[in-house]
Design a protein around this ligand. Sequence first.
Ligand code: S3P
Ligand code: PEP
Length: 422
Amino acid sequence: MKLLVKPSRICGSIAVTGSKSHTIRGIAAALMADGVSTLYAPLESADTRSTLEAAKLFGAKVREFPDRWEITGTGGRFADPGRTVDLGNSGTGLRMLTSLAALQGFRIGFDGDASLRTRLMSGLLGALEKLGATVESSNGKCPFSIRGPLRGGATTVDGTTSQFLTSLLFALPNVGGDSTVDLEFLHEKPYIDITLSWLDSFGIRYRRSDDMLHWEIPGGQHIPAFRRVIPADFSTAAFPLVAAALAGDGVEIRNLDFSDAQGDKHVFRLLEEMGAVIERGGQLRVLPGGRLAGCVLDLNSTPDALPVMAVAAALADGETRLENVPQARVKETDRIAVMNAELTRMGADIEELPDGMIIRGGRLHGAQVHSHADHRIAMALAVAALAADGETVIEQAEAASVTYPGFIRDFRELGADFTVME
Ligand SMILES: O=C(O)C1=C[C@@H](OP(=O)(O)O)[C@@H](O)[C@H](O)C1
Ligand SMILES: C=C(OP(=O)(O)O)C(=O)O
């Protein structure tokens, strides 16, 4: 789908949809639980859908209502799907389900779309092999198959993506024996806080070092059935936030819970550092302000914000350095390279760093740009186009539905001049 975007001012109120990270953890937990669990206000999007469909293949029974999903779990004993489990575009879904599949005593095959086939897996597969799993894979990525069951023991895992550790933390309490996990380093610690918020709510026991690099996980534990409300997604909220700061005449952003563990809530603080004026009363409002100003921003904890923060930087006065976020290169796309290429088409002045980018901001002009089938690139470019001079056409804009199917509709309601061309 091509999306034509004409420069526009936005104002009004927008409700942020549910958190992808929480919804996928909720599906995984409900799949493992014995009995009926309820997720209220889950995110309905392509990534959560592929995770939910995979859970059904593993034997979860799902009843969907407009406000909730009721999921009858397997008690940890999966059905044999009898075919390859396809996680589509979802890195989180794939990583979470891989360790749970390794608890089973039969072979389970996984695959995904062209992007998912590029995503790192060998660090997790190697960690699971040390705990007793057998893996078949030609290059350590999708497609691969895994067979358990896991026994306890000691393993190490790569912390380039926090999702590997998250996956082990959900699976290892269910193993018969005790386990330890060691990491040399760990990116994106706030995502581990999200994981721990789930484990803690179940009373799952573990010990960890303060730096989160050493973990001791007693086996023989089980996830009980639960009810949980999924909070709004701060990674999604970053798009209306930046749009409102660049092209807004007052935008209310609803549903946000700043007491939640999501690290991307700090994107609000990062944008305030650049000069955005944000009012936090009952609801949060981004007020019309002056131009943003460049600064140095460490995005290690908030890697998913890189595409939209690059847009903020490209339209700010002066130089912005987005740094310490090498892992942005191993997401749905190499987001550092892709944002450099696409914003350069719109006239930005960008220098790539191995772990970030230096952006000398100013103005952007409309151009023909491409999402590279990455949801956050599609939405970031649409935000850039609102505040650029002239018209922009975004190819493969439908990628937004991976985390935000209502993106075009909701932004139009705020006044964005978006036209779907084909
Ligand atoms: O645990 C999670 O829910 C996620 C962790 C992050 O991934 P990495 O840890 O691979 O960076 C983030 O980019 C992704 O959108 C969701
Ligand atoms: C990196 C992302 O997702 P995942 O790892 O779940 O594919 C994202 O949503 O930006």
